[in-house]
Design a binder for this molecule. Structure first.
Ligand code: SAM
Length: 295
């Protein structure tokens, strides 16, 4: 297909010719503005020799733009809707660089899949205009899979993108910010209005880029990852309480008040400080200290 898919007329034509009824339940809002596609591919800094994973290709507007940039590299597109996969097979019939997988991205074993589709072990990047109803579990599934990604660029609902990128002492800083920032460094690349989609969603979107840290001090420092995230969850579940109260009255972990007090004093953190004001490094010191004291 030579013409750009990401235009209102081309998108409507494909939908009509393939008799496609869009499924709201699968978050099927398609991009019809090639400028936004260009911003996503530019943010992914595609050099041409990578292995690119796309989640939720739909009718292939982003897929098409990535394929144009790939020279020796290859691409895997994971789409849950079999009807979309049929369309993609048709549109990209002559594209040897593209593999299509009709699967739910939530159920994919990312490391195994990457090994299968990227046997040459090319540098990996992930791009997606994500279905909003499963944004967070998809992102977290990929991040926790230990797939070695050079970059991740995705479009999400504005509110979620802002929460991912938020820092301490802001209203949007929460468990999601810590969960993502523990793995990679996020940045909002571009604001995207609802008007660039067919059909238009109810919310605006943002493009978020995640880059690996040169040295991931968070992962190096955390003694017990599961316990750390229980502490983080406790802190934000009762974000308006003091740290001592949110940790000693947590519904997630059972911690003795005296032990919490001692740990906070040991780490030089005021007992009355609110958890949402802590940096991730401070959360790590507290969780490590409590974990050591509990052992
Ligand atoms: N990439 C296209 C674009 O930008 O126009 C389509 C994006 S649309 C927001 C999201 C796509 O993800 C849809 O094609 C939908 O069928 C697919 N999808 C929804 N849930 C999915 C899942 N769990 N796994 C894989 N694909 C999914």
């Amino acid at each position: 297909m030579k013409n750009k898919i990401a235009t209102p007329s081309a998108t409507k034509k494909i939908l009509r010719e393939h008799n496609l009824n869009l499924k709201k339940s699968l978050g099927q809002n398609f991009l019809i503005d090639s400028n936004i596609i260009d911003i996503i591919t530019a943010a992914a800094e595609i050099k041409g020799d990578e292995f690119i994973i796309e989640i939720g290709p739909g009718i292939g507007s982003l897929t098409q733009a990535v394929l144009e940039k790939l020279k020796s590299g290859n691409m895997l597109a994971v789409e849950k809707d079999a009807a979309m996969v049929e369309v993609l097979e048709d549109i990209f019939a002559d594209q040897e660089k593209l593999a299509l997988l009709n699967q739910d991205a939530l159920k994919i074993k990312w490391e195994e899949t990457a090994a299968k589709y990227n046997p040459e072990n090319r540098k990996m990047k992930l791009i997606a205009n994500l279905p909003y109803y499963v944004t967070t579990p998809i992102i977290m599934g990929v991040l926790e899979s230990e797939l070695e990604l050079e970059q991740m660029v995705f479009m999400v609902q504005k509110e979620v993108g802002e929460r991912i990128c938020a820092g301490p002492e802001t209203k949007k800083f929460g468990s999601l910010s810590v969960a993502v920032q523990y793995h990679m460094q996020p940045e909002i690349v571009h604001q995207v209005p609802a008007s660039v989609f067919i059909p238009q969603p109810d919310v605006d979107s943002v493009i978020v880029s995640l880059t690996p840290y040169e040295k991931n001090i968070y992962q190096e420092e955390v003694i017990n990852r599961k316990f750390f995230f229980q502490v983080v969850k406790s802190i934000f579940q009762q974000r308006r309480k003091t740290l001592r109260n949110s940790l000693s009255k947590s519904a997630v972990i059972n911690l003795d008040r005296d032990l919490v007090t001692q740990a906070l004093e040991d780490e030089g953190i005021g007992l009355k400080k609110r958890g949402e004001k802590l940096s991730i490094s401070e959360m790590i010191s507290i969780s490590n200290r409590i974990y050591e004291m509990k052992e």
